[in-house]
Design a protein around this ligand. Structure first.
Ligand code: ADP
Ligand code: MG
Length: 698
């Protein structure tokens, strides 16, 4: 096995390859495009395309694809080969600048939420030169944005890039007020921690719910769950270790900085975290990571479940979006500085985030809303659906001192004066204790913990970037006009703390009393489900902010709202239909067969000795017969609830009917089936149980 540093990034057309394979002039020009967004000349594009093709072919590629992220949530690719006929009957391998820059996939089957009538099938993909091309299998993948012919974004990358640009613009204004004129750009960085479950492929294949929906729709609680907490950070089993090793190798070849791996709280649950990088690259990498995780699992006879809640009764899987913003000079703006002036700047950025999270709680909540994630947020699991910020005691005390003009206990100074006093150094260890907060400051970054494990991180970051850009814009508008900068700054920070401190909560976010306090006393939003929050996307204040920063057009927002609700409805509908099917064709017949066996056993016993009571058989038989009846009734009721959806009229109404009707009927059917499972002889049960699934990988 080669040393990691020898093969890291070997499948990526990265800076090293560019430098080695492009002329100095072409390289400089491309770098300018990557670093500063300068327009790319077609002659440069041609040279880059030729070099890319030669490199890809030398590394075994035969095809290329514009790799993009449509609104379905997965990535899409359509492969074209490099071959082009030559006059002598053979072929040559060709790839032009035009083909690199723009593609025109027939995109009529991708969701557009009404943005593009299906007869107008053409959408186009446009190269994102800031994210390196890479080879997957035999295909050169070129990261691209995906737009309609009218220029509306049909993907997740385009608005993400726009939101990064919006934030960059406003952050630069603030930095210039603090005298940082040499900073050319500010970019957000993200390190997404990815949770997942591993189960054996053999068992997965035997469960239609897992195959069709990614989660178990039935399953009684196993005798052992996660109550012993013996899995978290426990010894990794050999089969899992082999999986992780190969996964790391594959990710490293793709230039993905996979760094940490460990077991999570639930049995069979694990986590992988990369080293953070620029947000749009982190997003591409996370999509690739999820894909490779599943691919490598298949090679190990395993299945990697990325669903937010594959199993009831044990923890679900999330994705922690560690987020910070840094200048091109490498300064992390969420890190308290060395001097009082830098500290004031830090506090202003901190306040911008606090204000953004409070003002746009709804956008952050809906950015992570899916049918799958509803089982985590709003259920009895951390984090809750209420958005709040954890700052830690130290920083909290500093903010309090500023707000009330009182001495800060941590220093000897009489009172904190921005631009004069130095903040205490924050120790990462003292701020990172709270694991239940949806949005926690962890020393030099914020950790947004509400994302679901299968979510693209694009959506959350689009909203976060845009909301923070808006806070910074308000600050910059005010400060640029201020007569006395320092007074205005102090006043604005104080006002932000006063106006937004209700979003700061340092206690246990998991606690029921917190939800009560948050909603009743503090007036924070508590959107438990996707249908509750998604329509807020079109609230006037949100449309105004997102269009002002040119992140979305009104039409794009409308289409996204519709697609997300459609997605929710379709997901639950598939689950409901799968349940009905499994209940009727697998569970009921299994229970029936066992009931028959019990009846036969009792009859046989009686035939031998009429005085035998057969209490065991008849008692169980009665209970099971009643459950069987329940299963039939509940399956019919669920079917009816599904049928009723046809009268919904529009997608919003349908989503409410699903939230209020279909999901509760699914719950009732499950209760009856799960109870039957606990009484039916194992050999009759038609598919692997929770115990089998959760403890099946050795
Ligand atoms: P924990 O489990 O304590 O939250 P991990 O080490 O598992 O921490 O993950 C932390 C993640 O945060 C990693 O992906 C790491 O690269 C990322 N991270 C660290 N510093 C920053 C930063 N300044 N900006 C964004 N992400 C960061
Ligand atoms: Mg974390």
């Amino acid at each position: 096995m080669k040393n990691v540093s020898e093969f890291f990034g070997c499948k990526v057309f990265d800076d090293r390859v560019m430098k080695a394979n492009l002329s100095a002039k072409v390289y400089q020009s491309l770098r300018k495009t990557i670093d500063e967004g300068a327009k790319l000349d077609i002659s440069v594009a041609n040279a880059v395309a030729a070099a890319m093709k030669d490199w890809a072919v030398a590394n075994g590629a035969t095809h290329y694809t514009h790799w993009f992220q449509p609104l379905t949530g997965v990535t899409a690719e359509k492969h074209d080969s490099f071959i082009s006929p030559s006059p002598d009957g053979g072929v040559i391998m060709e790839f032009s600048g035009k083909e690199l820059i723009k593609g025109e996939p027939d995109a009529s089957s991708f969701p557009s939420g009404g943005l593009r009538a299906t007869f107008e099938a053409r959408g186009y993909t446009a190269w994102d030169p800031t994210s390196y091309a890479f080879i997957k299998g035999k295909t050169l993948c070129i990261p691209t944005a995906f737009c309609s012919y009218g220029g509306e974004a049909l993907d997740k990358k385009t608005p993400l890039l726009r939101s990064m640009e919006a934030l960059n613009k406003q952050a630069l204004r603030i930095l210039s007020l603090f005298g940082n004129e040499d900073v050319k750009c500010v970019r957000t960085s993200v390190g997404p921690e990815q949770e997942y479950f591993l189960i054996t492929k053999e068992m997965y294949e035997r469960r239609r719910d897992l195959r069709f929906t990614g989660r178990t729709l039935f399953g009684a609680k196993p005798p052992k769950g996660q109550e012993m907490d013996d899995h978290y950070f426990g010894v990794i089993k050999p089969r899992v270790a082999a999986y992780m090793e190969e996964l790391n190798n594959e990710l490293w070849k793709l230039g993905i900085l996979a760094k940490t791996e460990h077991n999570e709280v639930a049995p069979a649950q694990h986590e992988l975290a990369p080293i953070y990088t620029t947000t749009n690259i982190a997003t591409d990498h996370n999509q690739l990571t999820m894909e490779i995780m599943q691919k490598v699992a298949a090679q190990h006879g395993l299945v990697c479940l990325l669903h937010e809640k594959p199993f009831a009764g044990v923890n679900g899987s999330g994705k922690h979006n560690n987020w910070s913003l840094a200048t091109d000079k490498g300064v992390n703006l969420l890190s308290p500085g060395e001097t009082p002036y830098e500290n004031a700047q830090f506090l202003l950025f901190l306040c911008a985030v606090i204000k953004a999270v409070d003002d746009y709680q709804d956008l952050l909540r809906l950015s992570v809303a899916t049918a799958g994630n509803d089982h985590r947020l709003g259920a009895n699991e951390a984090p809750p659906a209420v958005v709040s910020i954890f700052l830690g005691d130290e920083l909290n005390a500093v903010l309090q001192a500023i707000e009330t003009d009182t001495p800060y206990a941590g220093t000897e100074k009489t009172q904190m004066k921005l631009g004069v006093d130095v903040l205490p150094k924050f120790n990462r260890d003292t701020t990172d204790r709270n694991r239940t907060s949806p949005f926690a400051f962890t020393g030099n970054k914020f950790e947004f913990r509400m994302l679901g494990s299968s979510n693209s991180i694009a959506c959350a970051n689009i909203m976060l970037n845009s909301a923070v850009a808006e806070s910074l814009k308000i600050y910059a508008d005010r400060l640029e006009k201020a007569e006395n900068f320092e007074d205005a700054l102090q006043e604005m920070i104080r006002k932000t703390i006063k106006d937004h401190k209700h979003i700061i909560f340092n206690g246990n976010g998991y606690d029921d009393t917190w939800i009560k306090e948050a909603t009743e006393k503090r007036g924070l939003l508590n959107y438990r489900t996707t249908p509750d929050c998604m329509p807020c996307l079109l609230d006037e204040k949100n449309v105004k902010m997102l269009t002002a920063h040119k992140v979305f057009s009104k039409a794009e927002l409308k289409s996204r709202c519709e697609i997300m609700l459609e997605n929710y409805c379709k997901t639950v509908l598939i689950e409901a239909n799968t349940m009905i099917d499994m209940a009727k064709t697998e569970i009921a017949p299994a229970v029936s067969a066992y009931v028959l066996e019990l009846a036969n056993t009792a009859a046989a016993k009686k035939a031998v000795d009429a005085s035998v009571s057969c209490n065991y058989e008849t008692g169980l038989l009665k209970k099971l017969a009643r459950l069987e009846e329940q299963i039939a009734i509940k399956a019919d009721e669920l079917e009816e609830a599904v049928m009723k959806l046809q009268d919904a009229g529009d997608i919003e109404a349908e989503s409410y009917m699903i939230r209020d009707g279909v999901l509760s009927k699914m719950g009732e059917l499950r209760v009856a089936c799960d109870e039957a499972e606990t009484m039916t002889a194992k050999k009759y049960w038609p598919f692997p149980t929770y115990g089998d699934l959760l403890f099946g990988v050795k």
